[in-house]
Design a protein around this ligand. Sequence first.
Ligand SMILES: O=C(CO)[C@@H](O)[C@H](O)COP(=O)(O)O
Length: 230
Amino acid sequence: MTARTPAEALAAHREAVEELRARVSDLHAELPRWNLVTWTSGNVSARVPGADLMVIKPSGVSYDDLGPADIVVCDLRGNVVEGRHRPSSDTFAHAHLYRERPDIGGVVHTHSPYATAWAARGEAIPCVITAMADEFGGDIPVGPFALIGDDAIGRGVLDTLAGHRSPAVLMRGHGVFTVGPTAASAVKAAVMCEDAAHTVHIARQAGPVERLPQEHIDALHERYRTAYGQ
Ligand SMILES: O=C(CO)[C@@H](O)[C@H](O)COP(=O)(O)O
């Protein structure tokens, strides 16, 4: 059987792509709602399951104006397959993550202020509260500085994630990248990352903070993964 072209893959997955466009469009509204972005910064993408395709925010379009039809379909090399706008500047970073990690179904990038302040300092957020152990399973690590425009950011995120349980990376001098099995889970990680960055920042204003013991981090993370919620 010959491999499908991206256009053939899109035709074969049309219904799923339109559903994902609507979902990713809705998820973009969560970024300003949680104060994770300013103006047009940040972006969300989702993998199209079963196809070498993803859907992603168009570059530089106001969050107020974003609708499902604005979301761009790309292949996993970052080439546009369908869309009426140019895709996000971070398309190659997102595409790299989907290409290299089949378990990733969603990617989010923000410049959320507290987390980005840690990224500006190049400092990992230490795991000093239970909410961090739950969601991140440890510290939120710092990745290398990388220029925008090719897959350097994706490589930096991937290398950093490899040594941690955290779904979030603070890219040095830039901002937050989060991943998850779905775009919604990556958005949640971005929200929780900013919350942790804010809380630990406040705590440090009053004095030193102490990392939770590793066995407690492990136990909290395991409970959250396996027993939390409904
Ligand atoms: O980090 C950057 C630029 O520094 C970008 O991620 C912008 O935050 C959003 O770009 P578009 O997705 O609108 O192209």
